[in-house]
Design a protein around this ligand. Structure first.
Ligand SMILES: Nc1ncnc2c1ncn2[C@@H]1O[C@H](COP(=O)(O)OP(=O)(O)OP(=O)(O)O)[C@@H](O)[C@H]1O
Length: 310
């Protein structure tokens, strides 16, 4: 089954290794022009799923199109369309940064001049020009991650699969990675990223697939995540007037924290309600010192799911 729509469409994907069911049932779609996040606890099957999407592993059952093509029918066509950034750079540590990119370009059949100029362009884009002629083993973990991203982009793929791309990056490099992924999606590419850092995904993802024990348990757009009920934490100095004001407006609250730093948790159904509550508390002369959502929108969904950390 090939699919004109491009992007990724996966239905009923399962894969076992002997008696271990790494993936039991995954359904999701990742449209072109968007960043789709794969979110799940350790061992939930994210890497196995990415390997299947990259056509490096075959599913036992299910249907799949990647970049509009079924990897079971034409793995070579899928590989031409896909850029793959694994969670570590891999084994070519004695090659220089430029060689890693040009060798990869040659594997994709790029002419010599094109792969040289593309390598130079990408090394500049990931700020590794000064390491162009250094062997990859001298690069730090974060620099290797950036080289790995450049390697995934060498053949200008329509689909990008990134396994924990932010791991090992310093805060500045994470901000750059976010901007890069956003701009790749804006160019119409399909970007799929697995990560544990939910607060970061909130800022780059357009949609999320939550995976637990090898099953896709929820598919959600960021817009949907943003409209769900959220936990807010509120602090005041002193706390008693805050408790009185919440009670007098019928707002249920729970005490959190410890004697050093206590706070109240309330459930808020919309940003309008949050604005109303803050205004009401200030008008009631409560000395608010903190008023904020407890976590990002994706974290809220993650916490509300019955996920097991393995
Ligand atoms: N080649 C393999 N042989 C046997 N079991 C495997 C193999 N690959 C993965 N598994 C098992 O499949 C399950 C899913 O692993 P996977 O690496 O896909 O999870 P993950 O969500 O990427 O985890 P993490 O967040 O820790 O990287 C785990 O229980 C793992 O032990």
């Amino acid at each position: 089954m090939n699919n004109e729509y491009g992007g990724i469409v996966a239905r009923g994907i399962a894969r076992s290794f002997g008696s271990v069911a790494a993936i039991r049932h995954i359904d999701f779609a990742a449209p072109p022009g968007e960043v789709t996040a794969l979110i799940g606890p350790n061992g939930s099957g994210k890497t196995t799923l990415l390997l299947i999407l990259a056509s490096l592993l075959a599913p036992d059952t299910g249907t799949l199109t990647v970049g509009g093509v079924d990897p079971m029918q034409d793995a070579a066509a899928v590989r031409r369309r896909v850029g793959w950034m694994p969670d570590t750079l891999g084994v070519w540590e004695s090659l220089t940064a430029t060689e890693i990119l040009t060798v990869m370009g040659s594997l994709y059949g790029m002419p010599v001049e094109e792969r040289r100029s593309r390598a130079a362009e990408l090394l500049a884009a990931v700020r590794l020009e000064e390491f162009a002629d250094q062997p990859a083993r001298v690069l730090s973990r974060g620099q290797q991650q950036r080289l790995s991203l450049a390697r995934a982009l060498i053949h200008d793929p329509a689909v990008l699969l990134l396994d924990e791309p932010a791991s090992g990056l310093d805060p500045g490099s994470r901000v750059e990675l976010r901007a890069t992924l956003r701009s790749l999606a804006d160019q119409g590419k399909t970007v799929v990223v697995s990560s544990h850092v939910l607060s970061e995904l909130d800022e780059i993802a357009d949609r999320a697939v939550f995976i637990n024990r090898g099953e896709s348990v929820k598919n959600q757009t960021l817009d949907e995540a943003g409209t769900q009920i959220r936990r807010y934490y509120i602090q005041a100095e002193p706390m008693q007037p805050l408790a009185d004001a919440l009670a007098s407006h019928g707002v249920e609250f729970e005490m959190r924290g410890d004697s050093r730093r206590s706070e109240y948790q309330v459930m808020v159904s919309s940003t309008d309600q949050a604005a109303w509550l803050l205004r009401t508390l200030v008008m009631a002369d409560v000395a608010i010192t903190a008023f904020a959502p407890a976590g990002g929108a994706l974290e809220e969904t993650y916490m509300s799911l019955d996920t097991d950390r393995q």
